[in-house]
Design a protein around this ligand. Structure first.
Ligand SMILES: [Zn+2]
Length: 335
């Protein structure tokens, strides 16, 4: 094992850009399809595995939404979340703020309550059994209407205490931040934290990031690599201390590169960048694999890797007291 890999594996970390639906491993997908009597076009775990090999966004989305179809009952969402928390724990992730996409389930007739209750039960058990703390972020699907997002926001209000913030994901093309201005304003009034995907190399990426900051008032940006194209934007992101949740392996599917240079540049400029795994079951790379590939490809120093871990906690929405404890863990480890 390389020294870098060993250092990364034992480093305490947080993950803040992780779609729970993107953690559905082939064996669980196969098990749930069997348990729920859902027809999937694969007769073995091996065939499901083979279907997870994709080469572009279109083939990824086919498998991704096909995977959703096996998630029906509250227990399915529990099993999905618990499997991720166990994996995270095995990678020394001590804190996480996972995303979930309620509309991907309510649009199939699954009740909002079943989704959020299953995930919440797993969060409670994961903290008790594994000591991993988590806070849940609800994402709206931006290729659905603003009205649907607002209905979803309203459906979430009885579960307000189980959800720390809202985000925005799925296909950005033709679905800019401003489409959801009213929804995010309402979410802020309800006390939710705000984040939003600003995907890599979209049409008007830089304009979208400006709008997410100035018009929506996001507290974090998911991805946001293209901010580097605009010096004034870099300065504003730093002035507001906005974190960028970057996902190297995910970026490679879009740009052909782990965006090593961009991440190194963000660190150099003192931007609050952190590394995440996005949809790790489909991309076959959880957080440690993302960090190892990035660090080895970019010859990152221990100090750079440690700064990425510090940033993961500093960017989180947990209590100041918890942040202090996590940061102390990082300093103890790196010393
Ligand atoms: Zn994402």
């Amino acid at each position: 094992m390389s020294e870098t890999r060993a250092f990364i594996e034992d480093l305490p970390k947080a993950e803040l850009h992780l779609h729970l639906e993107g953690t559905l491993e082939p064996d669980l997908k196969f098990k749930l399809s069997d348990r729920n009597g859902i027809d999937i076009p694969y007769s073995s775990v091996e065939e499901v595995k083979a279907s997870y090999v994709f080469h572009d966004l279109t083939s990824f989305l086919v498998g991704y939404y096909d995977g959703m179809s096996v998630l029906i009952e509250e227990q399915d969402f529990y099993d999905l979340a618990m499997a991720y928390f166990r994996k995270a724990h095995s990678q020394n992730i001590v804190y996480a703020e996972p995303f979930f996409d309620p509309q991907a389930h309510t649009s199939r007739g699954v009740p909002f309550e079943a989704v959020v209750t299953g995930i919440h039960r797993a969060q409670v058990d994961a903290e008790a059994e594994l000591g991993i703390k988590t806070n849940l972020i609800m994402c709206f699907l931006r290729d659905m209407s603003a009205e649907s997002a607002m209905e979803t926001l309203e459906a979430s209000l009885p579960f307000r205490n189980w959800i720390i913030g809202v985000g925005l994901d799925s296909d950005e093309r033709g679905n800019p931040p401003m489409k959801f201005k009213d929804v995010f304003a309402r979410a802020r009034e309800e006390g939710y934290h705000l984040t939003m995907h600003c995907d890599v190399n979209q049409e008007n990426s830089v304009g979208h990031i400006w709008d997410a900051i100035n018009e929506i008032g996001v507290e974090r940006i998911d991805h946001g690599i293209n901010s580097l194209e605009d010096e004034a934007l870099i300065a504003e992101i730093k002035r507001r201390d906005l974190a960028l949740t970057v996902c190297p392996v995910s970026n490679r599917y879009v740009t052909g590169s782990l965006t090593v240079d961009e991440i190194a540049s963000m660190l150099d400029k003192g931007m609050r960048v952190l590394i995440n795994s996005d949809d790790p079951a489909y991309m076959q790379a959880y957080l440690n694999e993302n960090l190892v590939e990035l660090a080895e490809d970019g010859n990152f120093t221990r100090e750079q890797i440690t700064q990425l871990a510090r940033n993961s906690f500093l960017a989180s929405w947990t209590s100041e007291e918890d942040k202090g404890e996590y940061l102390a863990m990082v300093e103890d480890y790196s010393a």
